[in-house]
Write a protein that binds this ligand. Structure first.
Ligand code: F6P
Length: 361
């Protein structure tokens, strides 16, 4: 029987992290009498031994709160950890130190809540013998071993609301409105919010677009009496003859490339080619903030409670996962390193095309 467990939230935050923590703490303590230690700011707290003791009191009232009460970081990799000594920066493997700290603290297992980066380190810790359970999170929904990650549906709701608002102003001014959404190298947020918001054109990384075809679609709508168009562009979308647009580099991040700027590029091109007054809105981190939707509160509660049951049954080295409508578990070895991207031949794309959505292909 496990008695003392550590937990952390790593990577970019997303709506649903607090409900997962709440579910872990409430079920771990109420049902199994665990002691639970929360490490602050993802792997940073684990390496630096910065933690708080979690109890039902400090997770009370957080079900509807965005962010994470533990803090998070998408910069710290315990296997390649940034250390500054005498003005010199070096990267050091701190994994053995972490394992020995946990042993000294009497922590028998870790529940790691994060995306691919956090869970890849989790797999590497599991390979070193640490008892690890993973919980998948990301607004991008790009983890291959789960049908959905929590945070995604809330981001889709936020983007859909933005598309709804852009519609009225686009119509009043006879403009093309381009909304750039997040998602890294996967087009899930763009595709699902685009469908939910009734976008005319959706640009995703999985379908490189021809700007001439995007312009033709906008002009075709004009010819049919529709004097405005809504384009949703995933930040990772690229044209058939171009590359993804990089907004900036975060030097000390394990995944340093930050995407952004394709929306502006598309808007500029549409103004030039189609002669439309075009504007761009970059939704940015609004997609990561705010209260989790009811769907995400339920999914994250299920994931948190399932992670506790998995640890209690001694089934380590696994990540909880949603398959269909069932919560199941997959090995961390299988769960990481593979992106789940949109299938360009899949049902959702086909149906979107059938109802007239353009993808620029
Ligand atoms: O992975 C989540 C995500 O929000 C991506 O959609 C986006 O590309 C990236 O993180 C932004 O990272 P940061 O918060 O470091 O700017």
């Amino acid at each position: 029987m496990i008695k003392k467990v550590g937990v952390l939230t790593g990577g970019g935050d997303c709506p649903g992290l607090n409900p997962v923590l709440r579910a872990i703490v409430k079920s771990g303590i109420n049902k199994y009498g665990w002691e639970i230690i929360g490490f602050k700011d993802g792997y940073h707290g684990l390496v630096e031994n910065d933690f708080i003791k979690l109890n039902p009191g400090n997770v009370s009232g957080i079900l509807d709160r965005g962010g994470t009460i533990l803090g998070s970081s998408n910069r710290d990799n315990p296997f390649n950890y940034k250390v500054v000594e005498k003005d010199a920066t070096k990267f050091v493997d701190k994994s053995d130190q972490v394992i020995s700290n946990l042993k000294d603290m009497g922590i028998e297992a870790m529940i790691l809540i994060g995306g691919d980066g956090t869970l890849t380190s989790g797999r590497d810790f599991a390979r070193k013998g640490l008892k690890v359970i993973g919980v998948p999170k990301t607004i991008d929904n790009d983890l291959s071993a789960t049908d959905l990650t929590f945070g995604f549906m809330t981001a889709v709701e936020t983007a859909t609301e933005a598309i709804d608002k852009l519609h009225s102003t686009a119509e009043s001014h006879h403009r093309v409105m381009v909304l750039e959404v997040m998602g890294r190298y996967a087009g899930w947020i763009a595709l699902e919010s685009g469908i939910a918001g009734g976008a005319d054109i959706i640009l995703i990384p999985e379908i490189p677009f021809d700007i001439q075809k995007v312009a033709a679609k906008v002009l075709g709508r004009k010819a049919a009496g529709k004097t405005f168009s809504i384009v949703v562009a995933a930040e990772g979308a690229k044209s058939i003859d171009g590359e993804v647009v990089v907004s900036h580099i975060v030097k000390d991040s394990p995944d340093p490339i930050r995407l952004g700027g394709i929306g502006q590029k598309v808007a500029n091109n549409l103004t030039t080619i189609a002669g439309f007054d075009s504007r761009v809105t970059v939704l940015g981190h609004l997609q990561r903030g705010g209260s989790p939707s009811a769907f995400d509160r339920i999914l994250s509660t299920r994931f948190g409670a399932a992670a506790v049951e998995l640890a209690q049954s001694g089934d380590f080295g696994k990540m909880v996962s949603l398959k269909g409508n069932e919560i199941t578990a997959v090995s961390l070895e299988e769960a990481v390193g593979k992106l789940k991207t949109v299938n360009p031949q899949g049902e959702l794309i086909r149906f979107a095309k059938n109802i007239g959505v353009g993808f620029g292909d």
